[in-house]
Design a protein around this ligand. Structure first.
Ligand SMILES: Nc1ncnc2c1ncn2[C@@H]1O[C@H](COP(=O)(O)OP(=O)(O)OP(=O)(O)O)[C@@H](O)[C@H]1O
Ligand SMILES: [Mg+2]
Length: 255
């Protein structure tokens, strides 16, 4: 059994250039506090992965790492155990978490949040929505399929150069529609930040704040996201009216 510090900070990384090493170590120190390290070691001993390779994204609420194990690369999303994660939560999600843990401690609420994203990913994946396949969840950790090419993460749309925007527009509309029709869910935060551009196709991520399709605010959220994408695609040279996109995204199916 390797030392957990060696898993998150492999020896070979230590010989890399000093500044990079320092930054890497700072991120790891900040993200992998004691409880998180213990959760990681539990996933490691369950055989899910054996090494944390590098940080893919450092955010306010979560950090995403590429990890590797016997079956290849995976993405590990580590939620911060702090109150900041709940500052930006939509009220429906917060209400659900509160119900679930009965106003418990932050670590328990964060675990419930990670669990919520895990089960939502599963529901979308089973319904045929292009999302990373969820693989495991424990405490504040979520392990899922790594969306990348030759070990490098595929970028979010905001950082990508789109080859065929019209095709992509149809794909995103269809993905959202399948989510409404088959998974009975509305994403709730669909934007060019939360769609990855993977081998010229769209992969939806960040599904923690999904709403049930029959939720009173589902229409409002889908309208907002349709408007965001209408603007995005107009910039890409594809004219599309927000209302038309809203309907295509599944708005016409909402009760
Ligand atoms: N399965 C994955 N494969 C590859 N990269 C991923 C995967 N999941 C997330 N990422 C990368 O990590 C970034 C952050 O992920 P995500 O959107 O799920 O977190 P977040 O909740 O928005 O975190 P924060 O709001 O703190 O930035 C994404 O923009 C993407 O670049
Ligand atoms: Mg995001």
């Amino acid at each position: 059994m390797p030392r957990v510090e060696d898993v998150v900070f492999p020896r070979r990384e230590r010989t890399e250039d000093r500044r990079k090493e320092r930054w890497h170590r700072d991120v790891l120190d900040e993200v992998f506090d004691r409880p998180t390290l213990l959760a990681v070691s539990r996933m490691v001993s369950s055989g899910h992965f054996s090494e944390v390779d590098f940080s893919v994204s450092t955010g306010k609420e979560a950090n995403v790492f590429r990890v590797s194990g016997p079956k290849g690369f995976r993405a590990l999303k580590v939620y911060r155990i702090s109150n900041s994660i709940f500052r930006n939560l939509p009220p429906w999600a917060l209400a659900e978490i509160r119900r679930e843990v009965g106003g418990g401690s932050f670590p328990r609420m964060v675990a419930a949040w990670a669990h919520r994203e895990f089960t939502s990913l599963g529901r979308c994946h089973d319904a045929g929505v292009p999302v990373p396949e969820p693989m495991a969840q424990f405490r504040n950790l979520l392990l899922m399929e790594f969306v990348g090419v030759e070990g490098l993460p595929s970028p979010p749309l905001v950082k990508a150069v789109i080859e065929e925007p019209e095709t992509l527009r149809r794909e995103i509309a269809q993905a959202s529609r399948t989510m409404v029709e088959k998974a009975k869910l509305v994403h709730g935060d669909l934007s060019p930040f939360n769609v990855l551009y993977h081998r010229d196709h769209a992969v939806l991520i960040d599904v923690g704040q999904v709403l049930r399709a029959d939720h009173p605010q589902a229409k409002e959220m889908l309208r907002r996201d349709a408007a965001t994408f209408a603007r995005y695609f107009s910039r890409q040279g594809v004219e599309c009216a927000p209302e038309t996109l809203y309907a295509e995204m599944g708005g016409d199916l909402l009760p």
